[in-house]
Write a protein that binds this ligand. Structure first.
Ligand code: ATP
Ligand code: LTN
Length: 340
């Protein structure tokens, strides 16, 4: 029998109608490439999205729209498992077990929680937002995933997942959990906001700073043209002094496969305007087929739902076994299961 391929797990929240270039270059592009060598499981993590209190109809649409974009980007629902998190009940169940292993102070140190709660103000912070990284750890441990492709902003959350997996093993014996590793591709780990090159491009950022994958060509050209560049005129790679230009070069390089050195060389003696005009063309061309494919998937929601139902069935078959194994270590369930 051939040895099974190592498992990959990752998820993206359905918190917008469209994903953005940061999601694509930081995560989704890696997801697609990993399918050749790994056993991949990808999820639309709608339970995570509940932490921002979405309108129910909007959430329902965004779950489908996000799944359609995964497929359009090249996620293959036959080779990989594509599913919606809330359709597999073990995510919430394992979260509870992990909650009971996580220190209150440990969860309180998560910088994303601190940032998001500072923005929200005390009255609007929910226990769900606080618990968000534990639910993420449950997502990963539930499938014995070894590798988790994410952007730089998820590094600390991944570290917590590793800590919790190691804790399960030290408290309940080896084999209770697989300790996962983050896969963060340095070049595209953090794509920056076009208007505020100090901040990451984010679904919740100002629209002018974002390039959405579903944007039309005119919008893309406008956004890139009005991207904040830096003082001076020369096109050089200097992320510290020229973060705006460096961000444009990173995007350019990631979409064309040309190295940043090659690009800097090609643009010697040219102006920021040239770089922006060419980059706009590159982005428009890269995204056009993606938009078309997404629209096709969304034209047939019934078929999309069937794909997602099948994915959930396959995911649950794995999640059920792993959950029973972990729960048994805690002393839950029938005594016989503890042997597993
Ligand atoms: P929000 O802004 O609503 O928190 P988001 O845009 O960060 O959302 P997520 O669903 O939280 O999107 O992230 C999905 C994936 O995209 C994660 O792996 C995350 O690390 C990655 N990612 C998000 N933004 C960027 C970015 N600017 N550059 C690189 N990767 C990113
Ligand atoms: N928190 C992640 C999304 C996420 C995720 C996961 C990523 C939820 N569960 C499991 C990798 C593995 C984010 O990008 N905001």
């Amino acid at each position: 029998m051939p040895t099974p391929k190592p498992r990959v797990f990752s998820g993206i929240q359905p918190t917008a109608d469209s994903l953005h270039l940061g999601n694509y270059l930081g995560a989704l592009k890696q997801w697609v490439a990993l399918q050749d060598d790994y056993d991949c499981i990808y999820s639309v993590v709608d339970l995570h999205a509940l932490t921002v209190n979405p309108d129910p109809a909007v959430l329902r649409h965004r779950v489908r729209a996000t799944a359609a974009q995964f497929l359009a980007a090249g996620v293959d629902a036959e080779r990989s498992i594509l599913f919606v998190q809330s359709q597999v009940p073990q995510h919430a169940q394992l979260t509870w077990l992990l909650n009971c292993l996580t220190g209150f102070g440990e969860a309180g140190r998560m910088t994303q929680f601190k940032d998001k709660s500072a923005k929200l103000g005390e009255k609007s912070i929910t226990v769900g937002l606080f618990d968000y990284p534990i639910l993420m750890a449950a997502d990963i441990l539930l499938y014995d995933a070894r590798l988790v492709p994410v952007g730089e902003d998820q590094r600390q959350h991944l570290e917590l997942s590793r800590t919790l997996a190691a804790r399960l093993n030290s408290r309940y014996g080896e084999g209770a959990a697989v300790v996962p590793e983050a896969l963060i591709v340095k070049q595209t780990a953090k794509i920056y906001d076009l208007q505020e090159p100090g901040a990451k491009m984010s679904k919740t950022g100002h629209p002018a700073g974002i390039i959405e994958l579903m944007d039309d060509p005119k919008t893309i050209a406008k956004r890139i043209k009005s991207a904040v560049t830096d003082s001076g005129q020369e096109i050089t790679w200097d992320p510290r002094e020229k973060p705006g230009v460096a961000n444009l070069l990173s995007i350019y390089s990631a979409l064309t496969g040309r190295t940043v050195e090659q690009l800097v060389n090609d643009y010697q003696g040219k102006l920021y305007g040239h770089l922006k005009a060419d980059l706009a063309e590159v982005v428009i061309e890269a995204l056009a087929p993606f938009r078309e494919r997404t629209a096709l998937y969304l034209q047939d929601p019934g078929q999309l739902d069937r794909v997602l139902d099948q994915g959930a069935e396959r995911a649950e078959a794995i999640a059920r076994t792993v959950y029973q194994r972990v729960a048994a270590r805690f002393g839950l369930g029938q005594a016989g299961a503890a042997a597993g």
